[in-house]
Design a protein around this ligand. Sequence first.
Ligand SMILES: Cc1ncc(COP(=O)(O)O)c(C=O)c1O
Length: 407
Amino acid sequence: MNQKLAIDGGVPVRENKPWPGWPQVDSEEWETEIEPRMRQVYLSASEGLPGVQSKALGQGYADYTGTKYATFLPHGTDAISAAISGALDLDGFEDGGEIITTNYTFIATASAALDRRCSVAFVDIDPDNFTIDPSAVEAAITSRTRAIMAVHLGGHPANMDALNEIARKHHLKVIEDCAQAHGAESNGEKVGSLGHVGAFSFQSSKNLTSGEGGMVTTNDKNIHNLVHAFMNVGRLPEGARWEYPRLGWNYRPSEYLAALLITRLPKLEDQTDIRNANAAYLSAELKQIQGITPPSHSRWVSKHGYHLYMMRYNPEGFGGKLRGEFLRALSAEGIPSSSGYGQSLSQEGGLQRVASQYPDLIRELPCPNTEQACQESVWLFQNILLGSRQEMDQIIEAIAKIQNAWV
Ligand SMILES: Cc1ncc(COP(=O)(O)O)c(C=O)c1O
């Protein structure tokens, strides 16, 4: 028998119960772990330079990602700018050449490239995993191209083997935008260690957060030096205080944020495992519901980051009801979700404006898979995946209930 949907006045599957919050906070953790570290920073009277906590966090993050160097910055966007600066040896005044990236990503991927005086070519995604399609990259390369920027969207690592191969062939640099993929692995290796340089975000929604923050990882000493110079007014890591061999800016982060992240980093791996276990459980059940396509893991994915649980919705499985109606019905049942990016990034107003004023800065290749993803996606956020098994069952129950009511 069909149950009356909550959107039609029926009883919701889940009533007025909060989902796991993000970040996860509790007063015991504050008292035993965070407060002592904050106190240490405060009493040391060293809240900025020389960056003792920031350097310790960088070392910890380099160890975690299996890279040689990591530099803490105030935001993920700055981290991408610094990564580009380092990989392409740019101080930001000269024409930086072109970076090829995906058209299904957050705006910072592109704006950071433009900020470094690079032009951007937007290419399509692989519809199986929503990340940049290597064959589209190769087809887009011109004599201007200097780098490929992969985005491990939602925590699914892009096809780095294929991208690195293309880069080798065409003498390009590979930059990883890892803002949504802390802890994710490709063939057993962590993202951030898979290209020439990686950039992470610790903004408040991210799987590792200090409210705001960013990190650049690399194995290349020269890139590390240039990233450091970008971050610290042109100084080199081992340079003297009043010596500026490069032009750089002040992107030095607060020591309090580094201290907070030092306490949170050791918890990331367990949280990633919980998200993976819940996602696997959800996918096994949801793949039986016609009209829902759960996220797939490409063959190289040894660990998904699950910043997002990215499904596709097909109205045909739901009596022709459009995705917007489905999202509203799901929300009324007590399950929050999102339709994700509304359009290809290149269609966003800010980039359209750049393209019309400076046509040489933006190139858009055909992106039918991106457009389709924008139409069909339904995202659950990472904090939902920290819920209990019973809560995963509620998600499945709500989707099945909506389908029964509409078909
Ligand atoms: C894919 C992607 N790149 C870059 C960023 C920028 O990071 P931030 O907000 O820390 O500047 C974000 C998130 O905000 C993102 O999702």
